[in-house]
Design a protein around this ligand. Structure first.
Ligand code: MN
Length: 325
């Protein structure tokens, strides 16, 4: 069975330093191993893909990427350079790699232009955003230009976690809860909800949002969001659609990355529909082999399995046809 994986990270030697906020919360030997794999495209990565039966990795710059750069002009240059490099890697292995663009969100207009360049000239399939950019989230009106461009191009934005702006009081004294094990999921799910209640999908109804990690918990809470939205003081917010879940069912696509467990997979399929669930591994932080075996053996129909493994990605990312590079 063909497999296309959507959350597959890399880094370049020049940009590896931006990962210090992530490395600070990882075990040193784990980070050292991941760092080596992040820098590699072919020597370790391709044999692992072959051994597990993974056909295509849709590559993205590792979190937090150039969004950590304080200087906007430097970020604009770095995004163009890394997207050029990525398109070169894909051109050398068009059967094995595709990619999401890095976006210099420090400069929203430049980020929109870079997304357009990356999609129309480099053949990349959307943009991947690592959480906030110096405290600014994607519901900020300054980012309407980015959503407008993504919607116009028909490409998704993938919202990936990174460390938060600050540490919530509830996490104080518990640094073990900060990071991908727990706080990243809450941060990222909350960021996604900001898009709904910030009116992004009312303004750009055809916008497509990808979330990894089986949807960062959101597929589990649709009913409760709707029920409590009816209860809640809306603080003047008026949504075009009656219920929050309608946005999640329509605009959200979730990736199985980093979750090799049947209950959350079945929840995502039941909550959002199988056409909104796509495959990913979260390489190099998770095992390609474990992710592929999980998908092959998951208690779903073979028709659903094929949708998740590659058909949804072919449709959403246009991967059924060769890139225009
Ligand atoms: Mn990841």
């Amino acid at each position: 069975m063909r497999k296309i994986a959507l959350e597959e990270h890399f880094v370049t030697a020049d940009l590896a330093g931006y990962g210090s906020s992530t490395s600070s919360i990882a075990q040193p030997h784990v980070w050292a191993d991941a760092s080596r794999r992040l820098l590699d495209f072919t020597a370790e990565r391709l044999p692992e893909m072959d051994a597990a039966g993974l056909d295509i990795q849709v590559l993205s710059l590792n979190s937090p990427g150039i969004q950590a750069e304080p200087n906007a002009a430097v970020a604009v240059r770095a995004a163009a350079e890394v997207n050029d490099l990525l398109s070169g890697v894909i051109a050398e292995h068009p059967e094995r790699f595709s990619g999401f663009a890095a976006l210099p969100l420090q400069d929203p207009a430049a980020a929109a232009d870079e997304l357009e360049r990356a999609v129309t000239q480099l053949g990349l399939r959307g943009g991947l955003v690592n959480a906030h950019t110096h405290g600014r989230y994607l519901d900020d009106p300054a980012y309407h230009v980015v959503w407008e461009r993504a919607e116009g191009l028909g490409v998704p934005l993938y919202l990936h976690p990174a460390n938060g702006v600050d540490v919530a009081h509830v996490l104080s004294g518990h640094p073990e809860l900060i990071g991908p094990m727990w706080s990243w999921g809450i941060d990222t799910a909350t960021h996604a909800l900001r898009l709904i209640f910030g009116g992004v999908f009312d303004r750009f109804p055809a916008a497509k949002l990808l979330l990894g990690h089986m949807g960062e918990g959101l597929p589990f809470v649709l009913w409760r969001l709707d029920s409590r939205w009816d209860f809640h003081n809306h603080h003047g917010i008026v949504l075009d659609r009656e219920r929050p879940s309608e946005y999640l069912k329509e605009n959200l696509y979730v990736v199985t990355s980093g979750v090799a467990s049947a209950p959350p997979l079945l929840t995502a399929v039941l909550a959002l529909g199988v056409d909104h669930v796509l495959f990913g591994t979260d390489y190099p932080f998770e095992s390609i082999g474990v992710a592929c075996r999980f998908l092959e053996e998951a208690p779903i129909s073979d028709e659903d399995r094929e949708q998740i493994a590659f058909r949804n990605a072919e449709r959403l990312l246009g991967l059924g046809v060769p890139a225009p590079v």
